[in-house]
Design a protein around this ligand. Structure first.
Ligand SMILES: NC(=O)c1ccc[n+]([C@@H]2O[C@H](COP(=O)([O-])OP(=O)(O)OC[C@H]3O[C@@H](n4cnc5c(N)ncnc54)[C@H](O)[C@@H]3O)[C@@H](O)[C@H]2O)c1
Length: 315
């Protein structure tokens, strides 16, 4: 299978490329190396799988460049490119989210339609669901995003399924929940806190630490994405999560246990766009994909801690 991975210099995308190459698939990789975080980290992500091991590497902007050569000869697309992060999506930066999350997806769908690409897998987000639910949500829960970022991820998801219904494209969306692990984005909580633990700097928690997340190890997310390539649940939206939640306070306890260091923590204001709970029912993924996440928070943090300690340039 020849798979195009967008966002291939990013956190999840680089792990996916590595897994696909490990299975012997042909991979085309695409990334714009946007400046949401440092280029050096994205170069290191690419180096982790080896730029020369992919069939083609496109340093391109999905929102503006000609995508016909990119989709040429590709059997399946996994679309992970996006500008992430809820907090930055308010205010003047929204145009970036619109271009890179919505317009980019529409342009890639058009190119895939023209090329007759067999399968389009979209990396959607738990942010589509919003802030209403206190218990675990399944895919029938009414999405009501709580941030402009979530609104763009949901808008792109609607576009994906619109192309599926109207143009007969084979599509599926995977709603990814709080993914963490080695190479996690530098703006995400676990990565920030582990770097602070390593460097002995203070940690600021947004809110009182009672917010709960369905933290999911990146290897489990990647296994779910690969399963969606192997037996695509066509037209379906599927949660990918651990299926268990932890509060931020529990995360800090797990980090102290792993690092052996007491952490210097302060609690600040809750941030606009942050939700109180993300929690997923993952029965659909188990049934349709044979998905079986296996990495508990403590094990996942231990693996990420090793990566943070060995990365000379980690932020
Ligand atoms: N990390 C998570 O916890 C999480 C949770 C839910 C959903 N997701 C989704 O998973 C995907 C990957 O997230 P991540 O955490 O790996 O983020 P990331 O920022 O590390 O990776 C995204 C990559 O997309 C690239 N990109 C952005 N706009 C582009 C464009 N117009 N053209 C080409 N490339 C572009 C960026 O340069 C970046 O390398 C995103 O779609 C995100 O919305 C992530």
């Amino acid at each position: 299978m020849h798979v195009l991975v967008t966002g291939a210099a990013g956190f999840i995308g680089s792990h996916l490329v590595e897994a696909l190459l490990g299975r012997g698939e042909t991979v085309s990789a695409l990334d714009a190396f946007d400046d949401y975080y440092a280029r050096s980290l994205k170069d290191a992500n690419v180096a982790a799988y080896g730029r020369d091991r992919v069939a083609r590497f496109f340093e391109m902007d999905l929102a503006g460049d000609d995508l016909a050569p990119v989709v040429d000869g590709v059997d399946a697309i996994v679309h992970l490119a996006a500008v992430p992060g809820v907090r930055g999506s308010w205010g003047q930066q929204f145009h970036r989210y619109l271009a890179n999350n919505v317009l980019a997806t529409q342009r890639l769908l058009e190119a895939a339609k023209e090329a007759g690409t067999e399968l389009f897998v979209y990396g959607s987000s738990a942010s589509a669901y919003g802030d209403g639910a206190v218990e675990a949500v399944d895919e029938t829960y009414l999405p009501q995003p709580h941030s402009p970022y979530g609104a763009t991820k949901l808008a792109a998801e609607h576009l994906v399924h619109l192309y599926g219904r109207v143009h007969g494209m084979a599509v599926t969306s995977l709603r990814i929940f709080s993914c963490y692990g080695p190479r996690e984005r530098p703006d995400k909580a676990i990565q920030k806190f582990l770097v602070a633990a390593r460097d002995g700097t203070p940690i600021e928690i947004y809110g009182d630490g009672s917010q709960r997340r369905d933290f999911t190890y990146v290897g489990d997310i990647v296994a779910g994405v690969v399963a969606a390539l192997d037996k695509p649940p066509l037209g379906e939206v599927v949660n990918l999560a651990r299926g268990a939640t932890h509060t931020m306070r529990e995360v800090l306890e797990a980090m102290e246990a792993v690092t052996g260091n007491p952490l210097d923590v302060t609690f600040g204001a809750r941030q606009a766009g942050d939700v109180r709970v993300t929690s997923a029912v993952i029965d659909k993924a188990r049934d349709l994909l044979g998905y079986a996440p296996s990495v508990d928070l403590g094990d996942g943090i231990a693996r990420q801690w090793e990566a943070v300690r060995s990365a000379a340039h980690s932020q």
